[in-house]
Design a protein around this ligand. Structure first.
Ligand SMILES: O=C(O)[C@H](O)[C@@H](O)[C@H](O)[C@H](O)COP(=O)(O)O
Length: 237
């Protein structure tokens, strides 16, 4: 499949990079620019990032961006219900690879704290997000199944989590692979983002994007919910 094969909606743009290093550098530069632009017009900026394996290099480069990080609030689009020390923890990932260098002075708001049950952890996170009225910059990833954040096809609560006007900011979700218990920002929370970048790597995800663009069911591929909104897509082989 060549890059020109994908017919994106008019509100989406696709940028191709030679490899993961170039993508990470360019994405970090672009996010740095976006945050500086927000901070030129607002007293602070909210950045919401996704976890997984591919953002690590992006986080490292983003931490080297020179801006007033003390005015940036960093949130997670989703989290695995594991201790921070667990290598699967997105909070652990952000603390190791992003909250350092110039970005060390940013304020970070984690999603997961052990509190008795998956449902209680989600209620706590939902309350903790009550101070987040809107997202200035949102970085999403995508799985081969078309999930984004932890909005997984077939997960319990998916219908509520995808409701555009849903009351909840965070819900408990189940991933098909371990750790299954996840917390995710809801679509109604994520859709407040003024600037959305989807960052994906590899041929499989390009094929998934093609499938997502070519279909309509958001339940089957939750990433579709975001394709109706302005979005930049960063991709490398
Ligand atoms: O916690 C997570 O796993 C992410 O938020 C998730 O939505 C991720 O972005 C995709 O699963 C892609 O993950 P990779 O970057 O590891 O392929």
């Amino acid at each position: 499949m060549t890059m020109t094969d994908i017919q994106l909606p008019s509100n989406a743009s696709l940028s191709k990079f030679s490899d993961g290093t170039e993508l990470a550098k360019e994405l970090a530069h672009a996010v740095g620019e976006l945050l500086r632009e927000v901070l030129a017009n607002q007293k602070d900026a909210s950045l919401t990032v996704s976890g997984g394996r591919s953002p690590i290099l992006f986080f490292e480069y983003l931490s080297r961006q020179r801006l007033d990080w003390s005015r940036v609030r960093i949130y997670l689009a989703d989290e695995r219900c594991v201790p921070i020390q667990d290598l699967e923890s997105n909070e652990g990932l952000v603390r190791r690879h992003l909250l350092k260098g110039f970005a060390a002075s940013a304020r970070f708001f984690g999603l997961y704290e052990p509190c008795g049950s998956h449902g209680k952890a989600a209620v706590r996170a939902d309350r903790a997000l009550s101070g987040l009225s809107h997202i200035d910059v949102l970085i999403l990833g995508m799985g081969d199944d078309g999930h984004t954040a932890s909005l997984f096809p077939k997960s319990p609560n998916l219908t509520e989590a995808l409701c555009p006007d849903g009351a909840k900011r965070c819900l408990p979700m189940l991933a098909p692979d371990d750790p299954k218990q996840r917390l995710t920002m809801s679509f109604s929370m994520l859709r407040t983002a003024s600037r959305v970048i989807l960052s994906i790597q590899g041929a499989n995800k390009l094929a998934t994007l093609q499938e997502a663009v070519g279909g309509a069911s958001v339940d089957d591929m939750p990433v579709r919910a975001f394709l109706a909104h302005p979005m930049q897509i960063y991709w490398c082989p």
